[in-house]
Design a protein around this ligand. Structure first.
Ligand SMILES: N[C@@H](CCC(=O)N[C@@H](CS)C(=O)NCC(=O)O)C(=O)O
Length: 369
């Protein structure tokens, strides 16, 4: 069979998630930048006109844009190969997917764009692979620094908080991956793929954050390597099985990781929920099928006495809705167990943040239903 084409970037956050999934699934692919005439003329119109990576193209010309949709496509054709089957692991896997996709953007953007000379040509080279036109890379980097960073809450007053939180992230995940090769034991899950997005492209590959990780969290660094290798790559562990933990076990180390993430994921999600809800209220007449923009306003919340202002993204709730739907489909007894587990992780609020209007997909774009 001919390989599929993965339009992406070596340094791209979301490409890292789809690439890892393709590698672990042993799917033959070739990676290409999304900057060729062919991409603009042939692929982009089929991708809803949104120039986003990852986007994949099958040998028959079909196109899927968006990392979540790409993984969904394969999971629906391979019987959910990387979706745990037991209730707690299943729900936490989806929660890690949201945290990885939406909840770690501040450290990702800070560590990528606030470094100086010590990274040499690294950033510029990578941007020039996807913005090859004259001054394209320079202008794009300048735009991100001046506009995107502050909009996403990466400002001088949040720098110390972002760094302190990231250091804790490294330590907590290092503790977990000292005992287990993947989040739920010896096999990667949807949650692992979500988490590799920030932890590879930005935080486990750019020179400065990479060395922070290698020095302070070597076992987490091993997980990052492992997620980019087709074999299980669990040589340093005594247990060589390749399954999720038995009896729906959730290790204490994972609960500890989630409690840490809850310190900003929950306040930010609540603030973003209020913002998107107001926006929906004010835009009641949107016809079904209207494209959901990536941002619909900004929200303010506080962490450790520091006020943060950040854009509110409907996509966060598109992902949370998947978790909520899964939760609703459980038996009453399982729902109680899962609710208690989420409480122990300080994450139970995620069950309540349900927008008044659902999102779906049409023509490779997220739309309001
Ligand atoms: N929800 C999308 C987000 C994809 C996304 O935002 N990708 C970024 C780069 S990591 C992008 O395409 N930015 C625009 C560009 O590079 O032209 C996904 O999960 O795939």
């Amino acid at each position: 069979m001919d390989p599929i084409t993965l339009y992406g970037g070596a340094f791209s956050l979301y490409t890292g998630r789809a690439r890892s999934y393709l590698i672990k699934s042993k799917i033959d692919y070739r990676e290409e930048p999304h900057s060729s005439a062919y991409f603009y003329d042939v692929v982009l119109p089929k991708a809803g006109g949104r120039r986003g990576i990852p986007t994949i193209e099958f040998p028959n010309g079909d196109v899927i844009r968006d990392g979540v949709a790409i993984i969904d496509h394969y999971e629906s054709t391979n019987g959910g190969q990387f979706s745990p089957e037991t209730p707690k692991q299943r729900i936490l896997s989806l929660l890690f997917d949201v945290i990885g996709a939406e909840g770690m953007l501040r450290p990702c953007m800070h560590y990528r764009f606030n470094q100086g000379e010590e990274e040499g040509e690294f950033l510029f080279f990578h941007f020039s692979t996807v913005y090859p036109e004259k001054d394209g890379a320079k202008d794009r980097i300048a735009f991100i620094k001046s506009t995107v960073l502050p909009a996403w809450g990466v400002r001088p007053n949040t720098k110390d908080l972002i760094e302190t939180m990231h250091f804790k992230t490294l330590k907590k995940l290092n503790a977990h991956f000292s005992n287990y090769p993947y989040l739920f034991g010896n096999k990667p899950s949807i949650g692992d793929f979500g988490m590799i997005a920030p932890l590879y492209g930005h935080l486990g590959r750019d020179p400065v954050p990479l060395s922070l990780m290698q020095i302070n969290a070597p076992r987490l660094f091993r997980w990052v390597e492992r997620m980019n290798r087709s074999e299980p790559d669990i040589g340093e562990f005594a247990d060589k099985s390749t399954n999720y933990l038995a009896n729906d076990e959730i290790p204490e180390t994972l609960i500890d990781v989630l409690k840490h993430f809850a310190t900003d994921f929950i306040p930010e999600s609540v603030a973003a929920y209020n913002c998107v809800s107001h926006w929906l209220e004010a835009n009641k007449d949107l016809p079904a099928g209207t494209v959901a923009e990536r941002e619909v306003g900004s929200c303010t919340f506080e962490i450790d006495g520091i006020e943060i202002n950040a854009v509110a993204q409907p996509f966060r709730f598109y992902l949370l809705h998947r978790l909520q739907k899964e939760f609703d489909s459980l038996s009453e007894a399982d729902r109680e167990d899962v609710r208690q587990l989420l409480k122990d992780c300080h994450m139970d609020e995620v069950l309540n943040l349900r927008l008044s209007r659902e999102m779906g997909r049409a023509n490779n774009l997220e739309v309001w239903l």
